[in-house]
Design a protein around this ligand. Structure first.
Ligand code: ADP
Ligand code: AMP
Length: 214
């Protein structure tokens, strides 16, 4: 099974992908997580990506495509989270999968309105050590601002601040939303009502994955 999770920032893709990957033994490929780690470690990719990420712009396609080629396991079994984000990225993914005799099973569209997304992003907190994701209201840690798993103090992502969020939503509408039609035409797009609570979205996700066979 190879899945793409598509939807605006803050829709809940990462939250669901982490759990699904753990429970189904899939590899979770989050380009955002990989890029943030590269920035933190100051690698050549991180140095190039940093300025784009800070402004809420997309990192250039050639860098992202090279990154995906590098991390893709040869046997597949992946959830792509936050990739592809442009039509050229989607085309590059098609070509790469074809070369490896793999295919996309489904593209899951996380549907949620912009007000909800802004509320989710403004309350998102992440653990800088283990990458766990919380929300101050919808998914709070047991102890205020402390990671349940590794006890590190939680942080707010710089790009979750309001001015950057607005830009990220515009970038989504202009550059990523065209992928909805791209995949609809291929008949592999399934929509989820991502405005429900975390548990309900997860059970809907399992249902749509089981429903259609693969
Ligand atoms: P994405 O990966 O799509 O950017 P995240 O999974 O990081 O989104 O979720 C964004 C924020 O919203 C996080 O703080 C997360 O805890 C919270 N969240 C995720 N799913 C839901 C949901 N169904 N209801 C309420 N809050 C959610
Ligand atoms: P995310 O964690 O998915 O919200 O991504 C955070 C930031 O990383 C985005 O705002 C972009 O700057 C960059 N990024 C992540 N994935 C991609 C991608 N597929 N293409 C271009 N930029 C990306």
């Amino acid at each position: 099974m190879n899945l793409v999770f598509l939807g605006p920032p803050g829709a809940g893709k990462g939250t669901q992908a982490k759990r699904l990957a753990r429970e189904k033994g899939l590899v979770h490929i989050s380009t955002g997580d990989i890029l943030r780690d590269a920035v933190k470690r100051g690698t050549p990719l991180g140095l190039k990506a940093k300025e784009f990420m800070e402004k809420g712009q997309l990192v250039p396609d050639d860098l992202i495509i090279a990154l995906i080629e590098e991390v893709m396991p040869p046997e597949g079994g992946v959830i792509f989270d936050g990739f592809p984000r442009t039509v050229p990225q989607a085309q590059a993914l098609d070509e790469m999968l074809e070369r490896k005799s793999l295919r996309l099973s489904k593209v899951i569209l996380f549907e949620v309105d912009e007000d909800t997304v802004v509320e989710r992003l403004s309350g998102r907190r992440t653990c800088p050590s283990c990458g766990a994701v919380y929300h101050i209201k919808f998914n709070p840690p047991k102890e205020d601002e402390i990671c349940d798993r590794c006890k590190s103090p939680l942080v707010q992502r710089e790009d979750d601040k309001e001015e950057v969020v607005r830009n990220r939503l515009r970038v989504y509408r202009e550059q990523t939303a065209p992928l909805i039609d791209y995949y609809k035409r291929r008949d592999i797009l399934v929509s989820l009502d991502a405005s429900k609570d975390i548990e309900s979205v997860y059970s809907d996700l399992l249902r749509v994955l089981n429903e259609e066979g693969d």
